[in-house]
Write a protein that binds this ligand. Structure first.
Ligand SMILES: [Zn+2]
Ligand SMILES: [Zn+2]
Length: 137
C-alpha cells in the first residue's frame, strides 16, 4: 500500500504546482496545500517527493533571498530542466529557461579556474525582468 501512497502524494504535489506556476511556493506552503487535499500525506512524504521531482526535472528548486526559504516551481519544460540554467525575476518571480549557448565558454572556465562543475538544473540566476524594470520607472 505504501507505494500507491507515494505516487498519490507525487500527483497531488504536481497538480498543485501546475496550477500555481506564477506563484513562488515554499516546501511548507506546498505541504500545507497538499494536506488540505489529503490529510493522510505526511510532511516527510511531501518533502521527499519534492526532492525527487526536482531530481527528475519536473520541478525547479531555487532559493528565495527575501523570505530565506527554498521554493519550488513546476517546470513547463517537463523533464528537461536538468541540462540548462534558469534565471528568476525578483519582482514577479517568473522563471526563465536559459539557453546554455548564452554562457559560451564560461562553464568550462569556471571548471578549470575554480574547479566547480556547474549543476545546471540547480543553478538559478537572480535578476529583474524587462516587465518589472519598466514598471519601476
Ligand atoms: Zn528549464
Ligand atoms: Zn519580473
Amino acid at each position: 500500500m505504501k507505494s500507491t501512497y507515494k505516487t498519490k502524494a507525487r500527483e497531488v504535489i504536481l497538480e498543485y504546482l501546475k496550477k500555481h506556476t506564477e506563484q513562488r511556493l515554499t516546501a511548507r506552503e506546498i505541504y500545507e496545500a497538499v494536506r488540505e487535499r489529503d490529510a493522510e500525506i505526511n510532511r516527510s512524504t511531501v518533502y521527499r517527493n519534492l526532492e525527487r521531482l526536482v531530481d527528475d526535472g519536473s520541478l525547479i528548486k531555487y532559493k528565495e533571498t527575501d523570505v530565506d526559504a527554498t521554493c519550488y516551481r513546476y517546470s513547463e519544460h517537463n523533464g528537461s530542466c536538468h541540462d540548462h540554467m534558469h534565471a528568476q525575476c525578483t519582482g514577479c518571480g517568473k522563471v526563465f529557461h536559459l539557453d546554455n549557448a548564452v554562457f559560451g565558454n564560461a562553464p568550462n572556465k569556471i571548471k578549470s579556474e575554480y574547479g566547480i562543475d556547474i549543476d545546471y538544473g540547480k543553478t538559478v540566476i537572480i535578476g529583474v525582468c524587462d516587465k518589472c524594470r519598466k514598471k519601476k520607472k
